[in-house]
Design a protein around this ligand. Structure first.
Ligand code: FHN
Length: 432
């Protein structure tokens, strides 16, 4: 009997060991990318494709019910002669951004890079005949900007994807799912191996078919095999899945759900990122003038950092490759702010102290940065549960001392005699 029990225990141990080998263990390189990703804090999201020509966002094909074969004609006259990778990278740097995430292929299925897996791409199907993502990758590498590729799992046009088809047993009945998965693997191989500086793949579109077998284990496994340092995120609006390296949120701070996208996105243990648009559109929209202010953008970023998340701010460049001046003007001012106050953002972490009515806290080593974003309801700001003894409190803008009192329940910082900054009053607390 004892022998039988020992055998069963051994069997269970082996099964468990097998199950464990199937789980994803990130490499040291991957962990380093994750760490660096968290240090960068602020990135530029770019939605750019043949849809930009219509000036009505990236969903124009779907929303205006443009038949695929008609939509495809946009490629015939997509010729972004004014595109200049140097200018885009300088634009990001000027804003204080440390990485760029760009659409390599959106839901319309058009590849904005030179790919052998489909002729429906910018090099083969447009009069431009060049690969802007290669130029961008090279420039990013030169300038020390990290590059991530957005990649759509959803495709409105390819017959093997068969958009709209019923799904049975995990595959679209009218499509050729094996062919589509093979196609994506071929493209992802190109993106992960041909382009320098690529450190991330940003998937989107999973949510269109939650009942299909996306073969994510194979796709993620392939990417990590090709380059283990590449971090993978998937905008599936759900809790993180096996094989992912960071978790993203759309148009909401982690924990928020004003858009309805994040109802199922339970916050996990991985590095976090949240994306938002500079106006109300992802792709170029000629009538959208609802530009966010400098203050709104900085507040979004600071609120994200306080919740331990990066902020990925989106712009939709124009079809000629230029970025509209309204975006450049705003982001230059954001960049000025970052130059002065970046120390309280870059390389910091958040979530040490829960967000408060008055604002949030970021920290680096033994320094806490209290970002007072809203007028405090009391004549002081209260930081609950501060670990360590606070030995100094100063105003970051001029280094002047700030009065404070540390109690077992937290630290009271007396902000009533401080002239509030119009955007963010930053108080630096040094602990021992
Ligand atoms: O449908 C896309 C949309 O066009 C855009 O790319 C955003 C970016 O987060 N993601 C999808 C919606 O969840």
């Amino acid at each position: 009997m004892i022998k039988k029990l020992t055998l069963i225990a051994l069997l269970l141990y082996c099964l468990n060991a097998n199950a464990q080998t199937a789980t994803y263990t990130p490499t040291a390189d991957n962990l380093e990318t994750r760490e660096h990703f968290q240090d960068m804090k602020f990135g530029l999201f770019i939605h750019w494709g043949i849809y930009s020509e219509l000036g009505d966002g990236e969903w124009v094909m779907h929303d205006r019910k443009i038949p695929y074969n008609n939509y495809k004609r946009l490629a015939d006259f997509f010729n972004p002669q004014a595109f200049n990778a140097k200018e885009w990278v300088q634009f990001a740097k000027r804003a204080g951004m440390k990485y760029i995430t760009i659409t390599s292929r959106h839901h319309d299925g058009f590849s904005m890079f030179g790919t052998k897996a489909s002729s429906y791409n910018i090099v083969d199907a447009t009069p431009y005949h060049k690969d802007p993502l290669m130029e961008l990758a090279k420039e990013c590498q030169k300038e020390g900007i990290e590059l991530h590729f957005y990649y759509s799992l959803l495709d409105w046009g390819r017959p093997d994807y068969a958009f709209g088809s019923p799904i049975v047993n995990g595959v679209p009945v009218n499509g050729d799912w094996d062919s589509y998965i093979k196609f994506m693997k071929a493209q992802l191989t190109e993106l992960c191996t041909n382009y320098p500086a690529v450190k991330g793949i940003w998937f989107d579109g999973y949510w269109e078919r939650t009942n299909v077998n996306w073969h994510l284990d194979e796709i993620y496994g392939l990417i990590h095999k090709l380059n283990p340092a590449i971090i993978i995120g998937n905008n599936h609006h759900e809790a993180v899945k096996e094989g992912e390296d960071f978790q993203m949120f759309e148009k909401d701070l982690p924990g928020g759900n004003t858009t309805g996208f994040s109802g199922k996105s339970k916050i996990g243990q991985l590095p976090l990122e949240t994306c938002e648009t500079i106006n109300n559109s992802w792709g170029f929209n000629i009538t959208d003038r609802s530009y966010k202010s400098v203050k709104q953008i900085i507040h979004y970023m600071v609120n994200a950092a306080g919740r331990n998340a990066n902020f990925l701010l989106n712009i939709g460049p124009m079809p000629n490759g230029k970025i509209q001046p309204e975006f450049a003007d705003t982001l230059a001012l954001v960049g000025d702010w970052m130059q002065k106050n970046g120390e309280s953002i870059y390389g910091t972490r958040g979530n040490l102290i829960a967000p408060q009515q008055w604002g949030v806290v970021t920290y680096k080593n033994k320094t806490l940065y209290a970002h007072v974003l809203n007028t405090p309801q009391q004549p002081y700001i209260f930081l609950p549960q501060v670990k360590g003894k606070v030995i100094k409190a100063t105003l970051m803008s001029d280094g002047s001392s700030v009065k404070y009192k540390q109690q077992p329940e937290g630290v009271f910082v007396y902000a009533d005699n401080i002239k509030p900054d119009a955007i963010d009053t930053i108080i630096e607390l040094t602990t021992n």
